[in-house]
Design a protein around this ligand. Structure first.
Ligand SMILES: NC(=O)c1ccc[n+]([C@@H]2O[C@H](COP(=O)([O-])OP(=O)(O)OC[C@H]3O[C@@H](n4cnc5c(N)ncnc54)[C@H](OP(=O)(O)O)[C@@H]3O)[C@@H](O)[C@H]2O)c1
Length: 297
């Protein structure tokens, strides 16, 4: 029997960002009714909404929109800054989530929380959904606290864990797009990158495609979303540079210990996506090469 693609009403907090923006455009393309918000970076397709001040008069009226889903993409994602600004990190990751949980409960909407592999310690990644968590950083601890809060308060909620996201976005601030932009400007650069931090980079567009299926099928619980790449930062940068023979970028491969960042990193991080692929065996994730070929074509 053919599956009926029911339309869905979705509110996306943080649609001016990388993940939220890609979800916004993809959900629209499949005919869903979507409203996406910005906080400080207004765009021509977003409405204002501050998750920290739910009753702010400028906030979009989510209650009146009455969405089936609230997709929460807002967070303070600057890992080292969070380490030194614990209260701000708590507010922007945990408290903002609590505020949206309360709202979702009061209007009967489901909540989708975007989690991270930073909830693991990186001793033996890539990780599956049920692997034991042991966050090393304030950012990781707050992301873990927020996702546990969501799962405990709204049993039918969805937690999508992702890591190392790249892709097209308005500000091109992700690592891959920043590097490509700088190469295209002909900038000379010397990058010191860690050779010992491994993760599973994933295209934000693929996150949107995968999430749309999970929402369409009203899935619940935790899902890891990752591509087939398992790369450290040096390998990722070299992969990008290999598509731009004219580049003026020099890479120095160093250890995380030498960088000595304020926040500890999960070294063997990354996520296994077996659970998702067992339920959607024909789904194809693109890898970094596919993305670069697409950018260049
Ligand atoms: N990018 C990654 O590699 C990665 C990896 C793992 C998990 N994640 C998670 O994925 C989610 C989305 O990340 P992203 O990469 O898309 O981040 P992003 O590009 O920095 O976007 C963050 C979004 O949050 C919004 N925002 C910030 N403070 C807000 C507030 N108080 N109220 C409402 N919105 C607020 C921002 O709005 P303005 O810009 O308009 O201020 C922006 O739209 C986050 O939960 C992050 O932890 C990301």
């Amino acid at each position: 029997m053919a599956r009926i693609n029911l339309s869905m009403k979705v509110f996306i907090s943080g649609a001016s960002g990388l993940v939220g923006g890609n979800c916004f455009h993809f959900f629209k393309s499949v005919g869903w009714q979507v409203v996406g918000s910005h906080h400080s970076y207004a765009t021509d397709y977003t409405v204002p909404y501050n998750t920290l001040v739910p009753h702010h008069p400028s906030n979009f009226d989510i209650r009146a929109f009455n969405p089936d889903y609230i997709l929460h993409c807002g967070a303070l994602t600057w890992v080292d800054y969070c380490e030194d600004h614990v209260e701000e990190s708590f507010q922007k990751t945990v408290q903002s989530t609590k505020n949206l949980v309360e709202l979702a409960q009061s209007i009967g909407a489901k909540l989708i929380f975007i989690g991270t592999d930073y909830i693991f310690d990186g001793k033996n990644g890539p990780y599956s959904e049920n692997d034991p968590q042991n966050a090393l950083s304030v950012y990781g601890q707050h992301k873990l606290e927020a996702e546990q809060y969501v799962l405990s308060k709204i049993p039918k909620s969805l937690v999508l864990r992702i890591t190392n996201v790249y892709g097209k976005e308005l500000r091109n601030k992700n690592f891959v797009m920043r590097l490509i932009d700088n190469i295209n400007k002909g900038e000379k650069m010397e990058l010191k990158l860690p050779y010992d931090q491994y993760a599973t980079p994933v295209n934000a567009h693929d996150i949107a495609r995968a999430l749309q299926l999970l929402m369409r099928d009203r899935k619940e619980g935790v899902y890891h979303i990752a591509s087939t790449d398992y790369l450290n930062r040096v390998q990722l940068a070299q992969r990008i540079l290999s598509y731009f023979p004219q580049h003026k970028v020099k890479i120095e491969a160093i250890s995380t210990t030498e960088i000595n960042p304020p926040a500890a990193r999960p070294l063997l991080g990354g996520l296994r996506t077996d659970k998702f692929l067992s339920e959607y065996p024909t789904f194809q994730f693109g890898n970094v090469d596919d993305f670069l070929k697409q950018i260049l074509s």
